[in-house]
Design a protein around this ligand. Structure first.
Ligand SMILES: [Zn+2]
Length: 159
């Protein structure tokens, strides 16, 4: 099973593939003591579909707390070049929130804008997924980020 999100009026769809959903489920902050987790999202464009095929992280060198997650950016850059060789392209980042239905924080929005503006890439936008504690897709926030704009994607249907 995958979850499908139309990308605006573009006719394109973003899909979160099953193993990505399985990875998210493992890191949901269901327990009050669980710290935030996060990592990177990789995939490929196939026709009209942008398929998110792999979610990585968290890793030991990340800094994690109940209400924060700071990734090891150096390790992440190395991961991006390693996976690129196997045809998996960096698409964006994911992290968890201890919220039933996750809502991006001001820091989430500004750091995605910053990341998009500062890093070298050829994407039209960076993807951000926030994993809450509700069942999916309700417990997922999915959005696309540019330097000066962002938009949330709404789920179409489960396939
Ligand atoms: Zn957040």
């Amino acid at each position: 099973m995958s979850i499908l999100y139309p990308i605006g009026e573009s006719g394109q769809f973003l899909t979160l593939e099953q193993n990505v959903l399985d990875h998210f489920v493992k890191w949901r902050q269901l327990d009050l003591k669980m710290p935030e987790a996060g990592g990177q999202l990789f995939g490929a464009v196939e026709g009209q579909r942008v398929k998110v095929k792999l979610a990585t992280g968290p890793r030991r060198s990340d800094r994690r707390g109940r209400f924060f997650f700071i990734a090891d950016r150096l390790a992440e850059r190395l991961e991006i070049s390693a996976l690129h060789k196997s045809g998996l392209h960096y698409l964006g980042d994911w992290h968890t929130h201890p919220q039933y239905v996750p809502i991006p924080s001001g820091t989430d929005l500004s750091s995605m804008a910053d990341l998009f503006a500062r890093s070298k890439h050829d994407l039209n936008a960076f993807l951000m997924v926030i994993v809450g504690t509700a069942e999916f897709p309700e417990g997922l926030h999915v959005s696309l980020h540019e330097a000066n704009a962002w938009s949330a994607l709404n789920v179409e249907r489960e396939t």
